[in-house]
Design a protein around this ligand. Structure first.
Ligand code: 6R9
Length: 648
């Protein structure tokens, strides 16, 4: 059998796995009968409440939902203290592996000590319930402690990915008016150290006026500049703090975190999540989609805490369920391409959750790399971030999963907070490349332009038709943008921005985004944000950015730029592409750096002046150019195509 027919393969659940699976076929029927009652039951069963709730769902303020609103609870208590109270204090919570090979284990009791000290330290620095705290850290245990310590005092964390620039950090600090920043001297990446503190200093130099303190974790030991009175070493603050701390119960709708994500306009959106509903759905999905058995499984999600996957499936979901998990600081190929598999073997990882781009990279490196390690401990594999092509899916199951493990392709978004569409291991007969079924309690559909469900075999827009517990509660400081972005394409229905197809069995296959958001290595980047960065460079007059498909990263950033006439001459001698790539790296971060920059003399535009990215995508992907009839000037594409002998 060739892997080109991979999408036609079927993998029914193994009966032995099914007999012991957390998920059962009955779950769906139960949820279908009364969705809110199903979630209320999950909320009470999976979480410990300080005060029980009397009302499950209030949708009267749609599209802002209120779930379990009169209940109170604390997220950190639920993720940490109650496991210690239940006698599991000695269970390993975090198995940390640094990129240079340093290792640390924290039991739940030790995590409790760390988060309690950190909560006291934040309080001593004047951070109060409801204040926002920016977190800019590498993938180290302190990132988890920092998030949980915020939750413990009811402060709202805003994690900014450590790979983002000073400018990106500044705009996020300012939008949320953060009162403190938690960072590190640096982190380890690709065999060397990458500084973080200088970016914080730069961000606060002439901005971020709301920030009173910067807590600095010592990770690499590199020199850092110091602002007396503002900067505080994390280890000193924690040493000085008491080890006991009483978590602050907050209302279920109290904000838990803000996480910024790219939109179709340049300004990132601060996606707001609250406490009770978010925790309910992350715990439920983590338990059932990954079949987590606390106390025996060793779980590893390779995502950074800077992305939503790191929030829901490194910090909250697993810790709410009392999981033992691996945290790895570095890149998969440092110091060698077998590093991940070495980690799986060393810790006996049983559940692995990663992204298609990583799987495709491993495919490129070859089967002999994982074959050098014993991966026999693995029993569930997960995928997230972009559509996984059937070939990568079957490779993942065969080479990593030993032709044995279920693979769950999980569809969700920063906005949805938790997994929405996924097969259930032990229940679903898996189809490579399809996310398949909405989870119990979730009402997702594929609809046409008029919001009617499409027939099986047809494609359309993926929507969610009923409120769900972990749904976003808004965009920080911009209610109108929340309504416009998600609730205006189809009134009263959440439109996710993705296209999807229903197959003949009604199973869902994701087709990618229908807007101008790119997905590079599972990270969302907005075309508009990169365009505005390019145009900010003195050499550039106009820019258009498209995502071109790329075998490794899913999509790659391709930029078309028109140079300013006055710079065209200077440009002759300089490396335009290198200059602009460095510029975008500085302004947004390395992840946004265009793979290809093409200098052109015109851009294809509609009469209303909207750039036709579809045509540029044709060029970027080296395809026959599509329909040009809506162009203001249809000769533009010929001009572009003819000027491209010299891509730089
Ligand atoms: C969790 C996360 C969300 C966008 C989403 C979609 C794409 C995520 C996917 C998937 C196909 C999957 N996406 N999971 N597409 N199959 N299993 O990635 O959140 O960073 O907000 O991105 O990612 O396009 O709309 P986020």
């Amino acid at each position: 059998m060739t892997e080109s027919s991979a999408q036609d393969l079927r993998f029914p659940p193994d009966p032995e796995f099914a007999a012991r699976a957390n998920a059962t076929p009955e779950l769906a029927a139960w949820a279908e009968a009364d969705r809110p009652a199903f979630w209320a039951e999950q909320a009470r069963h999976l979480l410990t409440w300080s005060t029980d709730f009397t009302e499950t769902l209030d949708w009267s303020g749609a599209p802002v939902a209120r779930w379990f609103a009169d209940g109170t609870l604390n997220a950190c208590y639920n993720a940490v203290d109650r496991h210690v109270d239940a006698g599991h204090g000695e269970r390993a919570a975090l198995l940390f592996e640094g990129e240079p090979g340093d290792r640390r284990t924290y039991t739940y009791a030790q995590v409790l000590g760390e988060v309690s000290r950190a909560a006291n330290a934040l309080t001593a620095l004047g951070v109060r319930t409801g204040d926002r705290v920016a977190i800019y850290l590498p993938m180290i245990p302190e990132a988890v402690f920092a998030m949980l310590a915020c939750a413990r005092i009811g402060a709202v964390h805003s994690v900014v990915f450590g790979g983002f620039s000073a400018e990106a950090l500044r705009s996020r600090i300012e939008d949320a008016e953060a009162v403190a920043v938690i960072t590190a001297d640096g982190g380890n990446r690709r065999g060397s150290t990458a500084a973080l503190k200088p970016a914080v200093d730069e961000a606060l130099e002439d901005g971020g006026a709301s920030v009173r303190h910067v807590l600095v974790v010592r990770r690499t030991g590199q020199d850092v500049a110091w602002t007396d009175g503002r900067d505080v070493w994390w280890h000193e603050a924690l040493e000085a703090a008491e080890e006991s701390h009483v978590p602050v119960p907050v209302g279920a709708e109290h904000p838990l975190f803000i996480l910024y994500t790219s939109g179709t306009t340049g300004k990132p959106k601060g996606i707001l999540h609250t406490t009770g509903g978010y925790l309910t759905q992350t715990a439920f999905t983590h338990l059932n989609v990954f079949d987590l058995k606390a106390g025996t499984d060793v779980y590893w999600c390779t995502a950074d805490v800077g992305w939503v996957t790191g929030h829901s499936y490194v910090v909250y979901g697993p810790m709410l369920n009392g999981a033992t998990q691996v945290i790895y600081e570095g890149t998969p190929d440092t110091p060698h391409k077998g590093r991940w598999w070495e980690v799986v073997e060393r810790y006996g990882v049983t559940i692995l959750y990663t992204a298609p781009t990583a799987i495709r990279t491993c495919m490129k490196w070859g089967e002999q790399v994982p074959a050098e390690h014993d991966l026999g401990s693995l029993r569930v594999l997960g995928s997230v971030g972009e559509p996984i092509n059937p070939e990568a899916w079957t490779w993942y199951r065969r080479v990593i999963g030993g032709d044995r493990t279920p693979v769950v392709d999980t569809w969700w978004q920063t906005e949805t907070g938790a997994i929405m569409i996924s097969p259930l291991p032990g229940v679903t007969t898996a189809k490579p490349g399809s996310a398949q079924t909405p989870l119990p309690g979730i009402a997702a559909e594929v609809v046409d332009e008029e919001a009617h469900p499409v027939e099986d075999g047809q494609s359309g827009y993926l929507v969610v038709t009923e409120p769900w517990p972990s749904m976003l509660r808004g965009i920080w400081g911009d209610h109108q943008r929340f309504v416009d972005t998600y609730w205006s394409r189809f009134p009263e229905i959440y439109f996710a921005g993705d296209g999807a197809k229903k197959d003949d069995d009604g199973d869902i296959w994701l087709l990618g985004r229908v807007d101008d958001v790119m997905n590079v290595s599972g990270h969302r980047l907005s075309t508009a944000e990169i365009e505005s960065s390019l145009v900010a460079h003195p050499m550039v007059a106009e820019a258009a950015v498209v995502g071109a498909s790329d075998v490794t990263t899913g999509q790659a950033v391709v930029a078309f730029v028109i140079l300013r006439a006055e710079h065209a001459q200077d440009a002759e001698g300089t490396d335009v592409a290198a200059t602009l790539r460095a510029h975008v790296t500085r302004q947004i971060g390395p992840i946004a750096k265009p793979r290809t920059i093409l200098v052109v003399s015109e851009l294809p535009k509609t009469r209303s002046g909207k750039i036709m990215r579809r045509l540029l995508r044709d060029v970027a992907e080296d395809r026959q150019i599509g329909d040009v009839t809506t162009l203001a000037d249809s000769s533009v594409m010929e001009l572009i195509a003819s000027g491209l002998e010299r891509p730089r």
